[in-house]
Design a protein around this ligand. Structure first.
Ligand code: UD1
Length: 418
């Protein structure tokens, strides 16, 4: 298995470009099967999860072409298989995103039921109940969700809890359904807005994305078109965290700072000096880190996908802090590894109590999930000596060329071959 070797202590300086957003790209790729015309994608991030989504679409009969300008085109006019196999779903839970689109356009889907994962049980009951309200018949058979519907009908749906991919699945299911659908208690994440914008650009009628009430009027068919994938706010936030920890001075280009406001406000409280333009964020950190309490919440609250990174920031701050994880029940797997590097953190239920320390030391550590891997790399960047991060296939799911971007900023980081 590949590993990352990091020698800590370098101050990050310079500029990098933000990649396209994984969590925007995945639902938009899934949504492309709602149209039988060609959709062309620009700014897709080069990530394992995107490859897995292409593998899934390809296994369903979708034609995927990469042109000379590195743009992917997706043509689902020959789609003839309605199944997402367990082998794919177990490597990427977001495979569930094809459920709504398959049911909406083809009236059938067989999707392996995602199991639990390192950050919690992660059920999909809200997706399934809502699809049943639209007229889908759903059975669980041999570990698969088997769903059928002659034609989905619009419905007035209130989600039992805020779910990002659940909201996205139901938007996709409703776009070609008969009549109007209202989604209440919908997720407000920017990536939900990106999906709605894309679908509207090819002929859908979706209003209210970005609020907790989304209204969709079914249309007969969708057109083809182009889609530019917006910037990844979590990737950008992770590099800003790295700059804060190394007392660095970096600029991230090709990023929309409005998407990052809940992260930038916390970094400012930590003591970072942050400047933004329409499409860049610059950060300079010259002081010791102030601790900041964090409560993760659905958007516009603080994102759970930045919790692990802020655990490291607080662990190296000049005081005590509490991080409360409200979205996932088991998202502190990184803490034990951070403790092995010298951090002072104790977990009680959904709270991490953190007492900042002056310095930590490099160690061999193991990544358990995507954002946990990012946090271990951040810890390695500011630790004394050498850190080896194992199981980095998690990081390749969600960060494009992370060691290249960090090296470019002056970090001492290399990928060790298997
Ligand atoms: C998405 C993101 C992930 C992010 C998460 C929360 C993608 C591809 N992934 O994941 O990066 O960490 O949002 O911002 O966009 N829940 C249920 N029943 C359901 C659905 C969810 O109980 O049917 C619970 C989950 O277990 C979790 C909470 O609701 O505790 C939020 O989960 P959800 O928003 O669905 O996360 P994902 O969409 O899987």
């Amino acid at each position: 298995m590949e590993k990352l070797k990091i020698i800590g202590g370098s101050r990050l300086e310079g500029s990098i470009e933000c990649s396209g957003s994984k969590n925007a790209a995945l639902p938009i790729l899934a949504a492309s099967i709602l149209s039988d015309r060609t959709i062309t994608f620009d700014n897709l991030p080069y990530l394992q999860d995107i490859t897995t989504m292409f593998e899934l679409l390809g296994s369903m009969g979708v034609d995927i072409v990469l042109d000379e300008s590195m743009k992917f085109s997706v043509d689902s006019s020959n789609l003839n298989n309605f199944e997402a196999r367990y082998e794919l779903v177990k490597t990427m839970r977001a495979s569930i995103l094809v459920l709504g689109a398959l049911l909406g356009r083809y009236g059938q889907a067989k999707i392996a039921l995602p199991g639990g994962c390192a950050i919690g049980t992660r059920p999909v009951n809200f997706h399934l109940t809502a699809l049943e309200q639209m007229g889908a018949e759903i059975e669980l058979d041999g570990g698969y969700i088997v769903a059928k519907a002659k034609k989905l009908s619009g419905a007035d749906i209130t989600f039992g809890g805020v779910t990002v991919t659940g909201t996205e699945n139901l938007i996709m299911a409703a776009v070609l359904a008969d009549g109007k659908t209202v989604l209440r208690n919908a997720a407000r994440e920017p990536e939900v807005v990106d999906l709605a914008n894309f679908l509207n650009s090819i002929g859908a009628k979706i209003e209210g994305a970005g609020t907790d009430e989304i209204r969709i009027t079914g249309v007969a068919e969708l057109k083809g078109g182009d889609c530019f994938i917006p910037s990844d706010r979590i990737e950008a936030g992770t590099y800003l965290a790295a700059a804060t920890l190394t007392k660095g001075c970096i600029t991230i280009n090709k990023v929309d700072p409005n998407r990052l406001e809940n992260i930038l406000s916390k970094l400012r409280l930590c003591g970072a000096d942050i400047k933004t333009t329409n499409e860049s964020v610059s950060i300079e950190m010259n002081s010791d880190i102030n601790p900041v309490d964090i409560q993760t919440q659905p958007f516009p609250g603080f994102p759970t996908d930045m919790q692990a990174q802020f655990t490291v920031i607080n662990a190296l701050s000049k005081g005590s802090s509490v991080i409360t994880e409200n979205v996932f029940e088991n998202r502190f797997m990184h803490v034990q590894e951070l403790v092995r590097m010298g951090c002072n953190i104790s977990i009680q239920g959904k709270n991490a109590f953190i007492q900042g320390v002056k310095a930590i030391t490099g160690a061999q550590v193991m990544a358990t999930d995507l954002r946990a891997s990012a946090c271990l790399i951040l810890a390695g960047l500011c630790a004394e000596g050498e850190t080896i991060v194992d199981r980095i296939y998690h990081i390749d799911r969600g960060y494009e060329r992370i060691e290249e971007k960090l090296s470019y900023l002056g970090a001492n980081i290399v990928r060790l071959p298997r």
